[in-house]
Design a protein around this ligand. Structure first.
Ligand code: ADP
Ligand code: TZD
Ligand code: MG
Length: 576
């Protein structure tokens, strides 16, 4: 037989999607099967990809987003049409907000029916709905365009300011057959997906001149700095200049929190006092009081405190978003920091001793005060006595990844638990969103292979708690600690009307969250003292078995909204 009479080898949409992703080094998929992607999930597994199947798409989406942050490659979330797609959207929007590279791939129903609104199964114009929530959105109608669609999605997710991308794949696409060799030729291996962006020399000089003249300089490291993976250069910049620094929440550990130049323990002193602040991959959003108001030494919320800002960011439009930026430095953080380093000679003068001493004095005072609080052992446990244990556990296991959400459970963990290595702290990010916990924990374990410790408010845990089954199914080394205070912020509220419904903020008292983990074959522990908590956490790290520790916390220990009480409308109104 000649090759002409043989039927040529065929490929199809399913296989082209798989091949396009694999060609670009993407092998982990976070998703949930159903029409029209059930076969795709099976085929992905059969073709050497790791398909992590979740119980709710939002958690799969959060897993994909944080996998993107951890690896610098886009994390992939795969969902079914309409409702599955919508369940994934919160994570997609959150990824975009946080600058995490992620691609939401959703199957969709037939264009012809959707566009005429004729009532297809799970009909929805998904592309139109996704667009305002992501950096870019694409739809592929023909199998020969899958290579381009995947390449454009990857580039859009990771280049410039990273973010979420939507890729719409209608059901009909998957079954489209084509010649295998011709199909292979349509695939694109993306070259240099996140190109370096070199800052202009005059912008570097402007930044250095401003820094040189500072009497009270401060460096603020954000999660963009953690994402940039310029760890060694960032550390060199901090150490060579001798400038005190503050890490934003997810930048903790970029330099060890115990570093002598860390000003974390004197945060409320350094922010209003500093005269020149260099932002490295951090935005002046609500987390930094928009650079204005009392936090910054301003008299009221209209005026900033007179600080001058240097802002290193890959987004050229970020500068001046809230206050004037005297020295914007646009480029990727690696390139910007190395350009700054090159301009810092051996004759660089460290900041005035007066400034450093004033910070050291505050720091020592606050550290001593904190040590005193942490040493107490009240019954029932409170946030301090329980998180003191977590602090020790992370200290002896610095490679473990800490996932954290809640209000008090978040704020106390952030301030009490020191981090020692970059990108080990994953939390609620820019939105302060609840529900990232189990999705982040699954991806953290899958992507790193390291033990994961998830410190969860009991309310926060509830948003994604069913994924403990996923954790058990994939046998992941995740230790969930539910900081159980019977409610949102506190568990001791009562219905002021005296009616029989409980207060909107409280849960069933004495809930046995650890039994949820036991239901799926994991280890459940009830811990009412720091000693019990310590023993259970040590055992979880050692055994690497899925574990849930129900840490019973004083239900009156928290404050409303944790550290951001001032953002409550009723509190704000009272102040006026
Ligand atoms: P944080 O919440 O820690 O303050 P943000 O999310 O507000 O951090 O800010 C992160 C910033 O980092 C964003 O403005 C983003 O554009 C920027 N960024 C992300 N990756 C890079 C990079 N590789 N180089 C430069 N800037 C980056
Ligand atoms: N829904 C979503 C998606 N995100 C949110 N941030 C909220 C609601 C509001 N919210 C917070 O900001 S924190 C929180 C909610 C519901 C839970 C706080 O209770 P917790 O933590 O049990 O998790 P603590 O330790 O009791 O404070
Ligand atoms: Mg709670």
């Amino acid at each position: 037989m000649t090759s002409d009479t043989q039927s040529p080898e065929q490929t199809d949409g399913f296989h082209l999607v798989i091949d396009a992703l694999k060609l670009n080094g993407i092998t982990n998929i976070y998703g949930l099967p159903g029409i029209p992607i059930t076969d795709l999930t099976r085929m992905m597994q059969a073709n050497g990809m790791r398909m992590i199947s979740f119980r709710h798409e939002q958690n799969a989406g959060n897993a994909a987003a944080i996998a993107g942050f951890m690896t610098g490659k886009p994390g992939i979330c795969l969902t079914v049409s309409a409702p599955g797609f919508l369940n994934g959207l919160t994570a997609l929007a959150n990824a975009t907000t946080n600058c995490f590279p992620m691609i939401l791939i959703s199957g969709s129903s037939e264009r012809e029916i959707v566009d005429l609104q004729q009532g297809d199964y799970e009909e929805m114009d998904q592309l139109a709905i996704a667009k305002p929530l992501c950096k870019a959105a694409f739809r592929v109608l023909n199998a020969e365009d899958i290579g381009v669609g995947v390449a454009r999605a990857i580039r859009s997710a990771v280049s410039g300011r990273p973010g979420g991308v939507y890729l719409d794949l209608p059901a009909k696409l998957f079954g489209q057959a084509m010649d295998a060799a011709a199909g292979k030729a349509t695939l694109i291996k993306v070259v240099d997906p996140a190109p370096r962006q070199i800052p202009a020399p005059d912008a570097v000089k402007r930044a250095l001149d401003l820094l040189k003249g500072a009497k009270k300089p401060l460096i603020l490291l954000g999660k963009g700095a953690a994402y940039s993976r310029a760890d060694a250069d960032i550390r060199a910049l901090v150490e060579k200049t001798g400038i005190p620094y503050l890490p934003m929440s997810m930048a903790k550990g970029l330099l060890p929190d115990t570093h002598e130049q860390s000003a974390s323990a004197a945060r409320s002193f350094v922010l209003p006092e500093a005269d020149v602040v260099m932002l490295v991959g951090a935005r002046l959003n609500w987390l930094l009081s928009q650079g204005k108001g009392k936090t910054w030494g301003g008299k009221d919320h209209k005026a900033w405190g007179g600080q001058k800002f240097i802002q290193i960011d890959i987004s050229p439009t970020e500068a001046d978003s809230n206050v004037p930026i005297e020295a914007p430095l646009v480029g990727d953080i690696g390139s910007c920091v190395s350009a700054l380093l090159a301009g810092i000679g051996s004759n660089w003068a460290k900041p005035p001793a007066e400034w450093l001493n004033a910070i050291a004095e505050r720091k020592n005072k606050n550290v001593a005060k904190m040590a005193e609080t942490l040493a107490k052992n009240p019954a029932p446990m409170n946030y301090h006595s329980s998180l003191n244990v977590v602090r020790d556990i992370i200290k002896s296991n610095p490679d473990a990844i800490l996932v954290n959400e809640g209000a008090n459970a978040l704020d106390f963990t952030r301030s009490i638990v020191d981090m020692y290595k970059p990108r080990k702290r994953l939390d609620v990010g820019t939105w302060g969103i609840m529900g990232i916990g189990m999705g982040f924990a699954v991806a953290a374990a899958v992507e790193s292979g390291q033990p994961v410790i998830a410190i969860e408010g009991d309310s926060a845990f509830g948003f994604s708690g069913m994924e403990v089954e996923t954790i058990c199914r994939y046998n992941l080394p995740v230790c969930v600690v539910v900081m159980n205070n019977n409610g949102v912020y506190r568990g001791d509220e009562v219905n002021v009307t005296g009616g029989k419904d409980p207060s909107p903020l409280v849960f069933v008292k004495g809930a046995r969250y650890e039994m949820l983990m036991e239901a799926f074959g994991g280890v459940g522990v009830l811990a009412t003292t720091p000693a019990e908590l310590r023993k259970a956490m040590e055992e979880a790290i050692k055994s690497r078995r899925p574990t849930l520790i129900n840490a019973v916390i004083d239900e009156g220990a928290g404050t409303e909204s944790g550290r951001i009480t001032s953002l409550n409308p009723q509190t704000a109104a009272k102040k006026k």
